[in-house]
Design a protein around this ligand. Structure first.
Ligand SMILES: Nc1nc2c(ncn2[C@@H]2O[C@H](COP(=O)(O)OP(=O)(O)OP(=O)(O)O)[C@@H](O)[C@H]2O)c(=O)[nH]1
Ligand SMILES: [Mg+2]
Length: 406
């Protein structure tokens, strides 16, 4: 039996999504012209030191965080906690909080909301994302070269060994277009037959899920007039270090979606955003069952994510707050199962096909929600990079949230 990724599976009593694309995704319900306002939030100096991601802070000219607001709320500061906003009578938004561990898909969900609900990207945001795409590509090829060096495989073409060594020795962060020579090196290494077999074992060295997508598109990207497409924006990984939010209208209701970084260092700030939250979107990347956390390279990522979910579920401030749980990355999960058996990492998995494995993961997540009343959570299986799937899912979720508010 194949993996059913065509529509989000739901637990609970949410009706099936009827429309392919929600009408509210095509225009702003209230007709307000939305003008993005970009504000920068820099991480504190001690965080820069502690952060495990080796490239948390892009060059000074590139903002790592953006905040999108409708004109009437421009006066508020980007780092004002949701708690303060809840006491401000001028706010009429339903406040949503994205939570989950690092690289679980939170910002991808936010970016999908922006694309679907017409929160256009500014030129400087394109510039910022473009810089990160070059950086993502270089980081990926460097990880692959390092992994090849550690492996017993060896390049199919011996010339690639020297190319690989020079990539490993390159200390630059590469936030800009690659030289012709560097681009050629990257392409040759990526095309090497042995590299492709190593790529199949990529979870062993925490390679970003979008590595192949960007490496395969290098020719298009490495041009002076390259402007990221919507797809490129969704596929890029820009680690969130701080809080960003977007305000948008769905079904004539105004929503504000907050997104916080999921690395351990960022979680210390989560509680400052808890008050006044109407619903939580929790992202859990189920594909990470065999991976270790970048922060310590010891803790299993799935264990960490489940523990995090349990903590959020038990948080007294969320006792009556609905949790919308997104079991994310089912594409990567299904692809990985054949290469890395789930039973190697989850001894309690009795075995079975992909759908059994998906059910098993869902049960783990539901168990982490503990004694929470069934009416206070919904579970969805999703692929956050799939815009069509997310259009249906988000439309269903927003309707459910509004039903609860009535
Ligand atoms: N293949 C695949 N890739 C995904 C999926 N969801 C997210 N990604 C990719 O995973 C990477 C990380 O996603 P983000 O949304 O930035 O992760 P995050 O939870 O915001 O991470 P932090 O900001 O570090 O907390 C990006 O490159 C996304 O394109 C998915 O369902 N499938
Ligand atoms: Mg993020």
């Amino acid at each position: 039996m194949g993996c059913n990724t065509s529509s989000p599976n739901k637990v609970g009593d949410v009706g099936n999504a009827e429309n392919k694309t929600p009408p509210e995704a095509q225009a702003n319900g209230n007709g307000t012209k939305l003008e993005p306002v970009i504000e920068q939030q820099e991480p504190a100096a001690e965080e820069i030191v502690e952060r495990k991601d080796p490239t948390p802070v892009p060059p000074p000219s590139i903002s790592p965080q953006v905040m999108l607001q409708v004109p009437e709320v421009r006066a508020s500061r980007s780092n004002t906690p949701a708690s303060q906003k809840s006491n401000d009578q001028s706010y009429s938004h339903i406040r949503l909080l994205l939570l989950g561990s690092a690289e679980s898909g939170k910002t991808t969900v936010l970016e999908q909301v922006r694309l679907l609900y017409k929160q256009h990207f500014t030129e400087s945001e394109y510039f910022h994302r473009r810089a990160f795409i070059y950086h993502n590509i270089f980081k990926c090829i460097k990880s692959l070269c390092r992994a090849m060096k550690m492996s017993d495989i060896g390049f199919a073409d011996p010339i690639n060994m020297g190319r690989s060594q020079s990539i490993i020795a390159d200390e630059e962060n590469h936030y800009g277009i690659f030289s012709k020579e560097l681009a050629e090196k990257i392409k040759c290494i990526w095309a090497d037959k042995s590299m492709q077999s190593l790529y199949a074992r990529r979870s062993q060295f925490n390679l970003n899920d979008s590595a192949a997508y960007f490496l395969n598109n290098l020719d298009k990207i490495n041009t002076l007039d390259y402007k990221p497409s919507d797809r490129d924006l969704i596929m890029a990984y820009v680690p969130t270090c701080g809080v960003q939010n977007v305000i948008f209208t769905a079904s004539n209701q105004s929503f504000q979606l907050f997104d916080i970084g999921g690395q351990k260092i960022d979680r210390r700030k989560w509680a400052t955003q808890y008050e006044g939250i109407d619903a939580i979107f929790f992202c859990l990347a189920i594909s990470e069952y065999d991976q270790k956390m970048n922060e310590d390279m010891v803790t299993n990522r799935l264990d960490d994510a489940l523990k995090l979910l349990e903590t959020i579920s038990e948080e007294p401030m969320f006792a009556t707050t609905p949790i919308y749980l997104f079991l994310n990355e089912i594409d990567v999960f299904c692809e990985k199962l054949d290469v890395i058996p789930l039973s190697n990492y989850r001894k309690d998995f009795p075995g079975g096909d992909q759908d059994d494995a998906l059910d098993f993961m869902e049960n783990l997540a539901v168990a982490a929600l503990g004694k929470r009343d069934k009416s206070l959570y919904r579970v969805y299986r999703c692929i956050a990079i799939d815009t069509q799937m997310m259009a249906e899912l988000l439309s269903t979720v927003f309707k459910d949230i509004m039903k609860r508010k009535r």
